[in-house]
Design a protein around this ligand. Structure first.
Ligand code: AMP
Length: 220
């Protein structure tokens, strides 16, 4: 394995993208750039960006393209991303964002764009059971038998629903995915850059499929 990579991982929310991206970022020794995490940090810190984004996020909507392209361009220009690469998780989410990203990455094109494919019915089930540590962001799956209050094993923080994991917001996000994000599949397919990875398997198996897909794309 050669360290360093420039990757985009697409897929519905709840496809297990976040956890797999963390593993991939360790494997390839590159920063994991999650736009959702960046926005949640801005909300926690009460920055102007966070204040503007909070309502949109809570309703499951999308933050405007110009704002998102600005944040991501700045992050991709930092030293670690320029030298080692990155894994983009949650960006791009619209064709407009993808076009802007192509301009930003011009000289250093992507190694792979992967669609982690998990059907809507299954992600709906998973998202309804998703809980997250308010402090460190570790994800958990609720079985219904947890002791309350539920305390994070990693940092001792409170484990709770993500603010945007209400049934309405989940449905809204999945509808938006079909309308705005799934056209990205065609966008990347048309330029021969897309690999679809079946995300319905154990986490270890999905991880093995993802790393194999990255290596295969690099050999192209
Ligand atoms: P995520 O953690 O990726 O599910 O993102 C959480 C929320 O942040 C999304 O539902 C959107 O409201 C917002 N968000 C994250 N990334 C983007 C993006 N690339 N474009 C627009 N909104 C975004």
């Amino acid at each position: 394995m050669i360290p360093g990579a420039r990757l985009i991982i697409l897929g519905r929310q709840g496809a297990g993208k976040g956890t797999q991206c963390v593993r991939l970022s360790r494997h390839f020794v590159v920063p994991h750039i999650s736009t959702g995490d960046m926005l949640r940090a801005a909300v926690r810190e009460g920055t102007p960006l966070g204040q503007a984004a909070k309502e949109v996020m809570d309703s499951g909507g999308l933050v405007g393209d110009d704002t998102m392209v600005g944040i991501v361009s700045e992050r991709l220009n930092s030293d670690d991303a320029r030298t080692r690469g990155y894994i983009l998780d949650g960006f791009p989410r619209t064709v407009g964002q993808a076009e802007a990203l192509d301009l930003v990455t011009g000289e250093r094109p992507l190694d792979a764009v992967i669609d982690l494919d998990v059907p809507r019915s299954l992600v709906l089930e998973r998202l309804s059971a998703r809980r997250v540590c308010r402090d460190c962001g570790t994800n958990y799956v609720a079985s219904g038998n947890e002791r309350q209050p539920w305390i994070c094993e990693v940092c001792g923080g409170d484990v709770m629903y993500r603010a945007d994991d209400t049934p309405d917001a989940i449905n809204n996000r999945l509808d938006l995915y079909e309308q705005q994000t799934s056209p990205l599949i065609n966008y990347y397919q048309a330029t021969g850059r897309l690999t679809v990875v079946d995300g319905v398997a154990s986490p270890d198996e999905v991880f093995a499929r993802l790393t194999a897909a990255v290596e295969a794309s690099r050999r192209k």
